[in-house]
Structure formats: structure tokens, C-alpha cells
Design a binder for this molecule. Structure first.
Ligand code: GRF
Length: 208
């Protein structure tokens, strides 16, 4: 069993999808043992508490500089014995220390088909606004390992949805969450926990 630690900042619908997937056996090779939030008021923390999952809060502004924050987050994740760290809507930038400590052991979900609409500045509704501005006919979400270059790590899973003529950033966001994010994040976590993901040359090789 792998220890899964989930990093959150907001509503936590992706965290909920992970909790549900553990309950219904989609995630069977790992267990969510802690939820860490950058925001003490995140609803995601309530979701964790309701499911008897340990919680912690770590705020960038409580540290003098970025380096000490980066070290503190690394120490916290190590003290929680994290085998896998999942970024499920975590809104604080990660530093070299934590990223290197969890190389190929940290999964992020991005609400677009990488390499489209990703990288610095592409978060939240901005991603879907950009997709609609471009007029793409498909969008979706991507799970990937975290590297120091934003949204550029090895891709684990992607799925697409159709973009409709009357979509707003909000309707597109919702369709992508419901049809893609809440499905591929738990599946990617199980692939990792069951040892089915290998990384070679910045690409993943998934065995079945
Ligand atoms: C999701 O759209 C995810 O792709 C992005 O942040 C959002 C988090 O939503 N990284 P939630 O907190 O899981 O509801």
C-alpha cells in the first residue's frame, strides 16, 4: 500500500474524486493518509475531516523566504511518509527542494490537453478562456509528473471532451472536470500505486 498525500487549496472536488475512488475500489493499491492545504479555509479540508483523513496547513506567507517554505513543505511531506504526492488544485508554486525530493512521485492535474494552454499563468478559468479564444474543438485534461518546468513533466493520462458553440469558460470547465479530471486523476493514482508507470526520456511508459 502506498501512502498518498494530497495537496489542495480550494474546493477539493478532485480530492473528493480520489476519496470516492478509494471507497469504490478504483484506487486499491494506495491510501490517502493526509491532506495538506495552502489555505486554512479551503473546503477541501472539510472533505478530508469528514473522511477521517489527517490534515495540515502550510502557508507561504508564514515563511520569511521561498527557500525556507520549500524546505518546510519538503520536511512535512517526508514526515508524512508520502510515497506519492498529488497536486489537486494546489495554488502555491513549488520549489526545487520539494520537486527533487519527489521526482516522478508527484502528480499534477492540468485542465487542458498539454502542451496546449499550459505553463505559467494558465490556471483556473484562464485556461478555458484561452481555449475558447483559440476556438479549439476539443479540450480536456492531463495528468503528469511534476518537474521544475511548469506543466512540462512526463504525461501520464489525457482525455478529451468536445467544445460546444455556446460554451462559456465555466461550462467548459465543468464538462472537463466531470468527464475527465475526476476520472483520470484516480486512474493515474492507481497506475502509480500499482507500479505500472515507468519514466524514460521525459515520457511515461504505462504497462497493463
Ligand atoms: C481543477 O480544475 C484542477 O485541474 C486545477 O485546479 C482545479 C481544482 O479544483 N489544477 P478542485 O479544488 O479539485 O475542485
Amino acid at each position: 500500500m502506498k501512502n498518498i498525500v494530497v495537496l489542495v487549496s480550494g474546493g477539493g472536488t478532485n480530492l473528493q474524486a480520489l476519496i470516492d475512488a478509494e471507497k469504490n475500489g478504483i484506487i486499491k493499491s494506495g491510501k490517502i493518509t493526509a491532506v495538506v492545504s495552502s489555505n486554512p479555509n479551503a473546503y477541501a479540508l472539510e472533505r478530508a475531516e469528514k473522511n477521517n483523513i489527517a490534515t495540515a496547513v502550510i502557508r507561504r506567507k508564514d515563511y520569511e523566504d521561498f527557500k525556507s517554505y520549500d524546505l518546510a513543505l519538503t520536511d512535512l511531506l517526508k514526515s508524512l511518509n508520502a510515497d506519492l504526492v498529488v497536486l489537486a488544485g494546489f495554488m502555491t508554486i513549488l520549489g526545487h527542494e520539494v520537486i527533487s525530493a519527489f521526482e516522478n512521485k508527484m502528480i499534477n492535474i492540468h485542465p487542458a490537453l498539454i502542451p496546449s494552454f499550459c505553463g505559467e499563468g494558465f490556471y483556473g478559468l484562464r485556461v478555458h478562456e484561452a481555449a475558447l479564444e483559440k476556438g479549439v474543438k476539443l479540450s480536456g485534461a492531463t495528468t503528469h509528473f511534476v518537474t521544475e518546468e511548469c506543466d512540462a513533466g512526463p504525461i501520464i493520462m489525457q482525455r478529451a471532451v468536445e467544445v460546444k458553440n455556446d460554451d462559456t469558460p465555466e461550462t467548459l470547465q465543468r464538462r472537463i472536470m466531470e468527464n475527465v479530471e475526476w476520472k483520470i486523476l484516480p486512474l493515474s493514482v492507481e497506475l502509480f500505486c500499482s507500479g505500472k508507470i515507468r519514466v524514460k526520456d521525459n515520457k511515461t511508459i504505462i504497462s497493463d
